[in-house]
Design a binder for this molecule. Sequence first.
Ligand code: FAD
Length: 394
Amino acid sequence: GEPIIDSAKCIGCQKCVKICPASALEMYFTPEELKILEQLATSAAPVEEELDPEAAAIAAKLAQYRGVWVFIEQTEGESAKVSWELLGVGQELAAKLGVELCALIIGHKVEHLCTEAFAYGATKAYLVDAPVFFHYRTEAYLEACCHLITKHKPEVILMGATGMGRDLAGAVATKVATGLTADCTGLGIDDKRNLMQTRPAFGGNIMATIMCDKFRPQMATVRPNVMPMPEHKPGAVGTIIREDFTVPEESILTKVIEIIRDSHNKSAVDITGAEFIVSGGRGMMSPENFAILHELAEELGGVVGASRSAVDAGWMPTDRQVGQTGKTVRPKIYIACGISGAIQHLVGMQDSDMVIAINRDPQAPIFEVASYGIVGDLFQVIPALTKKIREIKR
Ligand code: FAD
């Protein structure tokens, strides 16, 4: 509703303007009032900021937490690339905060990952190494994380938005009673040491920056390929803090009996690792027409991706979808064919080194992110491109 200002009580302090959650208030002064305010500002001694005891207690609690941690995800000793990407952005955050960048490593026989973490910029590694942690199980990893958080009090924890990271981050944030922002696309630090966590909101139509200013640690997950890989400096050294912590096997309800790899799904490809991606959208008109994209991709040594419209139409499998609800990709070249360039598609591919767009509509938003735009009928342009590449290769 309309705010009611009691003019008899209003002293023009403007506090209401600052705290209005909708930024809906503005205060106007008459020229006379402005003159008085100016005189007051120059004559009055600086007023001590009122110390609200509740705010002071929160500030004291938050000040106990220091350091940026990155959870190093591994499966049977093999690391997930997203963890190194997070060490890259983690370095920037740690530098702004003036604190250490630490790797959090849980597993069995995983000490080699500490060396890798140092090479990617961490200066300290907290290592929890015991047989019970060989396979990822929520209960065990949760206990280990919470033990370390309570003991060492980090102010920021980053995890990959993978199956494991999403599962663990949610469980940890719930148990230590703090905030978690999933699928961040940007991370920064404000002037009060708060982590600014930016992610698409309302179906990708706006970017929201979320902060957790009353609780620590501040937790965020980031999808693979969103952050660039940091430089790898072999031989970089750091401190390993070995934590003698384990969980009794009998207390864990989940048992991993066998791991069956998905070898049946022969058509499954990991588009996130591809250097060249040729993607098709609704403009492809039918599943058969994707053959021209496969031909072009093959000539380039790349793979075929798709927009959600093409996946929803059943023309391509879900694992090929690029975008907000699909994969985030960063290839050297991304060729978008018959894709309009909806924001939910763009967030998944706009960080590619080069984007080539083929669309018959010159107004299509895809051209806004394209390094090269070809306005034309894809059924003519794509075969011509493939032909040209074959000629050059010969
Ligand atoms: P269209 O928008 O229909 O565009 C087809 C394009 O093809 C047009 O620009 C047309 O000019 C061009 N064209 C047609 N014929 C030819 C021709 N012969 N030659 C050249 N050009 C031609 N979308 C995603 O892609 N990924 C996501 O992860 C994703 N997540 C979403 C999440 C949410 C919550 C929501 C609400 C939507 C999401 N979407 C996603 C859907 C997105 O909003 C768009 O609807 C979708 O990307 C459109 O796909 P398209 O570009 O293939 O189709």
